[in-house]
Design a protein around this ligand. Structure first.
Ligand code: PLZ
Length: 450
């Protein structure tokens, strides 16, 4: 039943059957639900997506950082099949089951910090973020939430307010939830004073924002992605997050780490906070945790999570047993196959090649950044001018798609080309995908520069 781990171009991309399905999509699915590459998938596994026309595409996106253990990973398939045959739903708030508790035990074990922890399970990342904010407000008795430029936290009403970028997430979807304040992000490549001053100046700007616009005593929580995802794979300078965390602690402000995209082995450790030695009060997780099934969590200090009255947190489907069984199997896979080490290996393969590309095209590749198997290049049109070049990112993306390589872009300016391969991908596909990307890039900027 395993899918051959090879790229196959059987038709043009998208092929005729995908185009037929896309016509049905347009007639049946809201235009508001976009599709970056209208290739309809029939099967997937390892580093390959096979489409309805028999094409096999190399997957450098993992369904936006979800299929970390690979699509249809063997342990996940087995656990889900067993669970779906046993029972599919009772509602944990009505009659509970062991799988939910076991996922919360795993979260306590793997998330940063040795303190006592509690978790609550939900269905989507946005729902987890909303609940982390609820818990933080309830526990502190304070209202304000501080977020950062370039942040992405979801598409629900509160999480739209927390998200920075207008198009496509917020445009004409307001009014938004209140008591949300935004501080400058420590973005080394674009920091006005230069990357060397970024940590210090961004920390000062953050403290000034909270002090002057919010008031420390009004602030329930600071919410941050330790490495920003949709906003452009922005890695803050070393030490900055730890200083923010320390300052929050001094002020009685909770630190919520949104590790929905960075979590569960993606960056080469269990969580991105681990690289910085930061222990957040609350952490949100989803995506890679459950091997493709919808599951999300808020995990935090026992006294914070337990401050909420019984019945204050929940939802019909939160911690669905099939999703929990899938998560337990996905986590077991990460441990058994040491996928944290695999993410670091992937970094070691990608980074030298991305840096070589940047050296070949210093006017077009402004920055190479990321950690583990969460890597990106920021594309610009004029080198040190740093003018974002979203058109180039789009052109390279289309060229990769046509060659059977699934890639993603991101960033506030749409000019960041990001790589999120499944950690189950083999070395041959990694190298082939990078070859295709480099060829697409060289062609887009007008041939190889010697
Ligand atoms: N927090 C850090 O990355 C989801 C969004 C894709 P949901 N990122 C992918 C899109 O365009 O909708 C994300 C994230 C971080 C929260 C979320 C939200 O997670 O499961 O999509 O709700």
């Amino acid at each position: 039943m395993s899918l051959s781990q090879e790229r196959i171009l059987a038709t043009e991309i998208p092929g005729p059957r995908s185009r037929e399905l896309q016509a049905r999509k347009v007639a049946a699915v809201s235009a508001g639900v976009g599709t970056t590459l209208p290739v309809y998938v029939e099967r997937a596994g390892g580093g390959i997506l096979r489409d309805v026309d028999g094409n096999q595409l190399i997957d450098f996106g993992s369904g936006i950082a979800v299929t970390t253990v690979g699509n249809a990973a063997p342990r996940v398939v087995e656990a889900v099949q067993r669970q779906v045959a046993d029972f599919t739903h009772t509602c944990f708030m009505v009659t509970p089951y062991e799988e939910y508790v076991a996922v919360c035990e795993k979260l306590a074990e793997l998330t940063p910090g040795a303190h006592e922890k509690r978790s609550a399970l939900f269905n989507s990342g946005a729902e987890a973020v909303e609940n982390a904010v609820k818990v933080a407000r309830h526990h502190t008795g304070r209202d304000a939430i501080v977020v950062f430029d370039h942040a992405y936290h979801g598409r629900t009403n509160l999480t739209m307010a927390l998200t920075a970028k207008n198009m496509p997430y917020k445009h004409r979807f307001g009014p938004f939830a209140g008591e949300v304040y935004r501080a400058p992000m420590a973005y080394p490549y674009r920091w006005p004073g230069g990357p060397e001053k970024c940590a210090e100046e961004a920390f000062d700007a953050f403290v000034t924002t909270v002090h002057t616009q919010v008031g420390e005593d009004n602030c329930a929580a600071v919410l941050i992605e330790p490495i920003q995802g949709e906003g452009g794979f922005i890695v803050p300078p070393p030490g900055w997050l730890a200083r923010v965390a320390e300052w929050c602690r001094e002020q009685g402000i909770l630190l919520i780490a949104d590790e929905i995209q960075t979590g569960f082995a993606r960056t080469g450790d269990w969580f991105a906070c681990d690289h910085e030695g930061v222990v957040p009060d609350l952490i949100t997780t989803a995506k890679g945790m459950a091997g493709g099934l919808p599951l999300a969590a808020v995990t935090g200090r026992a006294e914070v999570m337990d401050s909420v009255h019984a019945g204050g947190l929940g939802g019909t489907y939160g911690g669905n047993p099939v999703a929990c069984a899938s998560a337990l199997a996905a986590i077991e896979t990460m441990q058994a196959e040491d996928l944290r080490a695999r993410a670091r290996e992937i970094e070691a393969v990608f980074v030298p090649r991305l840096r070589a590309l940047a050296e070949r095209h210093p006017d077009r590749v402004g920055d190479v950044r990321g950690r583990g198997a969460m890597l990106a290049v920021e594309l610009v049109s004029d080198g040190h001018g740093r003018t974002p070049d979203a058109a180039l990112a789009g052109q390279v993306h289309r060229a990769c798609s046509a060659q059977g390589l699934v890639t993603l872009t991101c960033g506030t300016f749409g000019n960041v080309f990001r790589f999120l391969p499944p950690l189950a991908i083999g070395d041959d596909l990694l190298a082939e995908g990078l070859d295709l990307f480099e060829a697409a890039f060289d062609a887009a900027v007008g041939g190889k520069v010697e």
